[in-house]
Design a protein around this ligand. Structure first.
Ligand code: NDP
Ligand code: OXD
Length: 310
């Protein structure tokens, strides 16, 4: 019998408990709360932002299932020796990421923000049409989310570049990879979309050195993690005129403090970590299907490479 312990402090666990119990009737599912002792016999944990105390209480876990796509918070913990980590792949988030990226790219490219402001001021002014060829987009990260975003943007006739760690091929996308590919990728890109996992190799990657290698009038869309971006560098490059704007969904400190300079910067558009919401129904179905496949010895995707951290 499979014993599963759920740990997601600060979240409403009810839909997850009900959904996992319905999808895995043969499993015994309990919820761990901060202050609890170990739940004996649990070999599998389903977690979101668990504290270190949870891991310390469960040294015999064999599998840790992350309730979201990004495992950076888990990677900061000391995990039980030998435990594998599994994460959500897509789970309905790729379509949401494509919606967010297309909205941000089109809003910038078509100058809708400027028109809205000027109409509200009583003006009526048209700007010359822009050419897609002058606004090449570059997507950093061509995984479950980035690949969908890149392919969707290509359908709007933007030239689209993609960058990943290993070499990839995506229809309609000019693909670059590794450190060696970064220079060409940045030089070919004006609108930069970040969908990288947060790892030691990608932390602070959106800094002065990379952002200033983008084409002049660059625009940044960060939907991945706040720690990818060196915030002060972005503000300097916006104020110097090298960059034309940014749409930011994730921040080094969340919630974003009310007094943060991003809040009032005229060239920055903000959302509260809303670019892709976790969809419990889809995620539960995916977790249940993966646990059943594992029990039958079938291959699954979404196993995290603990050395790479994603
Ligand atoms: P994946 O693991 O499927 O894809 C990651 C991609 O990044 C891969 O293409 C990978 O390369 C590439 N990559 C990783 N490290 C490097 C590196 N050092 N240099 C170049 N490329 C690299 O992740 P997902 O697409 O599922 O998710 C991406 C991130 O999105 C998550 O980690 C999470 O942080 C964020 N996210 C944000 C949400 C939000 O609401 N804002 C919601 C969900 C996720 P390769 O193909 O070679 O492996
Ligand atoms: C995730 C997130 O990684 O919600 O799933 O950010």
């Amino acid at each position: 019998m499979m014993r599963i312990v759920l740990c997601c402090p600060g979240m409403d666990a009810t839909p997850w408990l009900d959904g996992l119990r319905a999808a895995l009737p043969q499993a015994v599912l309990t919820q761990w709360q901060p202050g609890d002792a170990a739940h004996p016999g649990a070999g599998c944990a389903v977690v979101w932002n668990p504290p270190q105390a949870f891991m310390d209480a469960h040294p015999v876990l064999r599998l840790i299932v992350n309730m979201g796509a990004g495992v950076d918070a888990l990677m900061r913990l000391r995990l039980p020796q030998g435990a594998a980590v599994l994460r959500i792949t897509d789970g309905g988030m790729a379509a949401q990421m494509a919606e967010y990226a297309c909205h941000a790219v089109l809003r910038h490219f078509r100058e809708f923000g400027r028109y809205e402001t000027e109409m509200a001021q009583g003006q009526w002014r048209l700007y010359p049409p822009r050419r897609h060829a002058d606004f090449p987009v570059g997507v950093m990260g061509l995984g479950a989310l980035g690949e969908r975003v890149a392919a969707t943007l290509a359908r709007f006739d933007f030239p689209v570049n993609g960058w990943s760690r290993s070499a990839r091929s995506v229809d309609g996308v000019r693909c670059f990879s590794g450190e060696a590919g970064l220079t060409g990728f940045l030089a070919a890109t004006r609108i930069l979309v970040c969908l990288l996992p947060l790892t030691p190799a990608t932390q602070d990657i959106l800094c002065r050195d990379t952002l200033q290698r983008l084409r002049p009038g660059a625009y940044l869309i960060n939907m991945a993690r706040g720690e990818h971006l060196v915030e002060g560098d972005l503000i300097e490059l916006l104020d110097s005129g090298h960059m034309a704007g940014a749409a930011l969904d994730v921040f080094r400190t969340e919630p974003l403090p009310a007094q943060h300079p991003f809040r009032r910067h005229p060239l920055i558009t903000l959302t509260p970590h809303a670019s892709a919401r976790t969809l419990p129904e889809e995620s539960i179905a995916q977790i249940a299907a993966k646990l059943q496949a594992l029990q039958q010895g079938l291959p699954i995707d979404g196993l995290v490479d603990l050395r790479l951290g994603y």
